[in-house]
Design a protein around this ligand. Structure first.
Ligand code: MN
Length: 247
């Protein structure tokens, strides 16, 4: 039903690449139901991105993480990303309506910066828990398969976190090609992706993709690509991504 095509999807699509910039899904935005539970609960409600409540009180992580630091991080920094993401969303909606993409680079950058900030902070609050936690056996198994052992995974994660250049994140992630876990460093976080999106369709605009045929005429290659686009493939990936998680 049309209500399933939502603002949430639109932001995923917008993050997936400039080839999708013409897709306008904003009309059904108001109908979206936000996830009522799970790690992303409270991050999107009634058609707008929102600051989720912490799953614990501000002093629950002390002494490892003081209440004062956590409160500022949540109510000032995370809230700023939420405001910026809604503003980027509005700017993109206005651009689509006007058919005016002269600011597409700045708008795409803002979407990635604030979108990643919102997704990653929403996950960060759930990535910590008062008093720490026991390792679930199924995750221990996945770590052992991917890294050799739980300890090796944890050591690599901590080493990656300590060595991020400048500002950024350490990310434990599932890589779908090999069905394995990997550890990544995200420098800053806004380098033109929104972390957590599922890519539905891509257009390669590295010169190797088009130079032999189109030389420096990238626009001609993009126009040709748009005549080749495999929308059923994108639809299949969307349906698979929306299926409830395994287990
Ligand atoms: Mn932060």
């Amino acid at each position: 039903m049309p209500a399933r095509i939502s603002r949430r999807s639109a932001i995923k699509l917008a993050g997936a690449g400039a080839a999708l910039a013409a897709v306008d899904l904003g009309a059904a935005a108001g109908a979206l139901a936000a996830p009522a539970s799970g790690p992303l609960a409270g991050a999107f409600q009634a058609g707008r991105y929102t600051l989720p409540k912490l799953p614990y009180v501000y002093d629950a992580l002390e002494p490892a993480y003081e209440a004062r630091a956590l409160r500022i991080h949540h109510t000032a920094h995370h809230a700023g990303y939420v405001r910026g993401l809604n503003a980027a969303d509005d700017a993109l909606a206005a651009a689509r309506k006007a058919g005016d993409y002269k600011n597409i680079k700045a708008m795409s950058r803002a979407l990635a910066f604030h979108g990643s900030g919102h997704v990653l902070h929403t996950l960060l609050w759930r990535s910590m828990t008062p008093g720490g936690s026991k390792m679930p056996p199924e995750l221990a198994r996945a770590m052992a398969e991917s890294f050799g052992s739980v300890e090796a995974c944890q050591a690599q994660f901590a080493a990656a976190a300590k060595a991020v250049e400048g500002s950024g994140w350490a990310v434990l992630a599932w890589e779908p090609l090999a069905d394995r876990l990997i550890v990544l460093q995200a420098e800053k976080h806004q380098n033109l992706t929104v972390w957590g999106v599922t890519v539905l369709l891509v257009c390669d605009v590295w010169e190797h993709a088009y130079y032999l045929q189109y030389a420096n005429r990238r626009a001609d290659w993009v126009a040709a690509f748009m005549t080749l686009a495999n929308w059923p493939f994108a639809a299949d990936r969307l349906a698979a991504a929306r299926k409830p998680p395994r287990g």
